[in-house]
Ligand binder design. Structure first.
Ligand code: MRU
Length: 367
């Protein structure tokens, strides 16, 4: 990711080789602030309080959190405790359970003394693999975008809609939905991105818009409710979003509001693509609506908003009556039938069980 022209990652080891450095995403876009994580508790808090967020980055943070835990105390008891603590930090993105499962399977059988070094190496591998996966998603998405630009737009600007932040900040680097955008933009494809604000936490307004501005990608912020209207007026050529968990049959769970965009896209014949790295595909479940746990977050995220005042201070204000209750489901499920294709690191695939099984045969769960 490019921050003020310099390349960095959203998570990395500090120069001391022990502590973990993350970007505190709750401070963006007004301030770029990094924080140090020094324990499993810090990692769990960073995930829970959304200093880090986005499915792949949550997975990488969990892996580094377990490395931090092993550095403090490499015993069996501490491994079990740290896996439980970090594994429960947020429920929906499968990358968290996936990363904890990978680390536990690796560290559990080995002699405790070997665990700290192995854990750091494994966390670094998970982070590096995420970068490689997203870069491949970018390459496949670039071809898709190029084809759209050439055959549908004939050199005119390609208008892309994205929701939430499936960008650099949601991953270790590149982003998932944004990787094709960055690669296409860098390759000279004429494009423009509509960024939907993504109430209640506004990850689109505060994170995706910030990323686009940093990369120099032409973009326009829209309110969540306007996407259908823009599609009816031919202002959106394709939609690309991320995913927190995709089932074996292609149902996609992503940030709340994704489903409504998919419905509007379907009604207006706008292609709806999901950038889906394989660690976010949960091959153990089939039915997204019934089997994916949907996170419920605090009411205050709905009843209050934060922003920069004219005086230059970040302040939080209430926007609803004091006595009004609020409901805050963080994610929704888009049925596979509304998804035009999944852009994976191995190529673009239909959101169908057989197609996914053909592309990832080694992940198929045998009964
Ligand atoms: O609640 P968040 O901000 O963690 O939700 C993030 C999203 O829904 C992203 O779109 C998703 O994780 C895909 S990230 C590449």
């Amino acid at each position: 990711m490019r921050v003020n022209g310099h390349h960095t990652r959203s998570i990395r080891l500090d120069d001391d080789g022990a502590r973990v450095v993350i970007v505190d995403q709750t401070r963006l876009p007004h301030e770029f602030v990094t924080r140090h994580l020094a324990s499993a508790e810090d990692a769990a808090q960073a995930i829970r309080d959304m200093w880090v967020r986005g499915a792949p980055l949550i997975g990488a943070t969990a892996a580094y959190g377990l490395a931090l835990a092993m550095m403090e105390d490499e015993s069996d008891a501490n491994l079990a405790r740290a896996c439980a603590l970090i594994g429960e930090a947020r429920p929906t993105a499968v990358n968290l359970a996936w990363a904890v499962g990978e680390m536990r399977a690796l560290l559990g059988p080995m002699a405790p003394i070997e665990r700290p070094e192995t854990a750091y190496a494994a966390a670094a591998t998970i982070a590096d693999e995420d970068v490689a996966i997203n870069s491949s998603i970018g390459d496949h998405g670039l071809e898709l975008f190029r084809a759209f630009a050439a055959h549908k737009k004939h050199g005119e600007t390609l208008n892309i809609l994205t929701h939430c932040n499936a960008g650099w900040l949601a991953t270790v680097d590149w982003g998932t939905a944004t990787a094709p955008i960055y690669k296409a933009f860098d390759a000279g494809v004429k494009l423009h991105v509509y960024v939907s604000e993504t109430r209640p936490r506004n990850q689109g307004a505060s994170l995706t818009a910030w990323e686009m501005a940093n990369h120099g990608v032409p973009h326009t912020l829209i309110v969540d409710n306007s996407a259908g209207h823009l599609m009816q007026h031919g202002m959106i050529d394709l939609v690309v979003v991320g995913t927190d968990r995709t089932t074996a049959n292609g149902d996609v769970c992503n940030k709340i509001g994704t489903y409504l965009k998919a419905l509007a896209a379907h009604d207006n014949n706008v292609p709806f693509y999901v950038a889906a790295p394989s660690p976010s595909i949960d091959f153990s479940i089939e039915d997204g609506l019934r089997q994916i746990p949907i996170e419920t977050r605090g009411a205050e995220e709905v009843t209050h908003v934060s922003g920069l005042t004219r005086a230059g201070r970040v302040e939080t204000v209430r926007i609803s009556p004091d006595s009004t209750a609020a409901l805050n489901h963080g994610f929704d499920v888009t049925p596979a039938r509304l998804v035009s294709g999944l852009i994976t690191e191995r190529g673009v695939v239909k959101a169908r069980r057989e197609a996914l099984a053909d592309m990832f045969p080694e992940r198929i769960v045998k009964n």
